[in-house]
Design a protein around this ligand. Structure first.
Ligand code: PEP
Ligand code: MN
Length: 263
């Protein structure tokens, strides 16, 4: 079902009236985690002004340490709904497990399946029954075939609306948190009709690499970018080091526009 052989034309996914995969670059931005209404709304207004079309933010966070901030839970989802109401931007947020899936489904415009869950097959089956599009992140050490097979689970389950997201894979390098696999983009676009976006933030793990990687991702043909932006990154409760300042997000836009206009 994911294969381009069966469906030669690109799939365009409608997300609450916003199209992904249609030849326009889908710009998704927002903080790693929803921390408060004030933090979410102020960041949302800033990224929207800079040109973002969709807002991201985790209410349930998959954290490496159990002692780290785990997200606001349903309160975070309520804040996301408020952001949508105030700004008109559809919202992307993660369902970290079965337990919260239905709740996330009720609030989100796009349900994210995180890298750590890419091969959680029962969660993928649940996503296949979802009424909302799924943003499927590539697993931390997943091959492209495994990633596409994960998408196949969702589509086979009955949900054709899958957006793929490259977010870097684990390598021996430690000049960045993960290694952004730019070569995956043309491969995925050849193998599959599904839209594929890039998350340079989780790939880099540090903000100084986010803009250059964004330029490269656009040049290599992704359908969109999902970038972490925080109104005050030094105060962020998660992923502050990779979160852009709002002014940097404006700058990112200025830098990718001429590249994208090329094709
Ligand atoms: C995220 O986008 O919030 C996230 C946790 O990313 P990943 O699953 O790619 O690590
Ligand atoms: Mn994050």
């Amino acid at each position: 079902l994911v294969s381009r052989e069966l469906k030669p034309e690109d799939t365009v996914i409608d997300v609450s009236g916003v199209a992904v995969g249609n030849g326009h670059l889908m710009m998704i931005a927002g903080p790693c985690a929803i921390e408060s209404e004030e933090q979410a709304l102020s960041t949302a207004r800033l990224v929207r002004k800079a040109g973002a079309r969709m807002f991201r933010g985790g209410a349930f966070k998959p954290r490496t340490s159990p002692y780290d901030f785990q997200g606001l839970g349903e309160e975070g989802l309520r804040i996301l709904a408020k952001v949508r109401e105030e700004t008109g931007m559809p919202v992307v947020t993660e369902a970290i497990d079965h337990e919260v899936f239905e709740l996330v489904e009720a609030y989100a415009d796009v349900i994210q399946i995180g890298a750590r869950n890419m091969q959680n097959f029962s969660l993928l089956r649940r996503a296949g029954k979802a009424s909302k599009p799924i943003l499927l992140k590539r697993g931390i050490a997943a091959t492209i075939e495994e990633w596409l097979m994960a998408a196949e689970y969702i589509m086979e389950g009955g949900n054709p609306r899958v957006i793929l997201c490259e977010r870097g894979v684990r390598t021996f390098a430690h000049h960045s948190r993960n290694t952004l696999d730019l070569s995956a983009i043309p491969v995925v676009r050849k193998e599959s009709h599904l839209p594929v976006i890039v998350d340079p933030s989780h790939a880099a793990g540090r903000r100084d690499q986010v803009i250059p990687l964004s330029r490269a991702a656009v040049a290599v043909g992704c359908h969109g970018l999902m970038v972490e932006v925080h109104r005050a990154p030094e105060q962020a409760l998660s992923d502050g080091a990779q979160s852009l300042y709002p002014e940097q997000y404006e700058d990112l836009f200025r830098q990718i526009e001429p590249i994208f206009n090329v094709y």
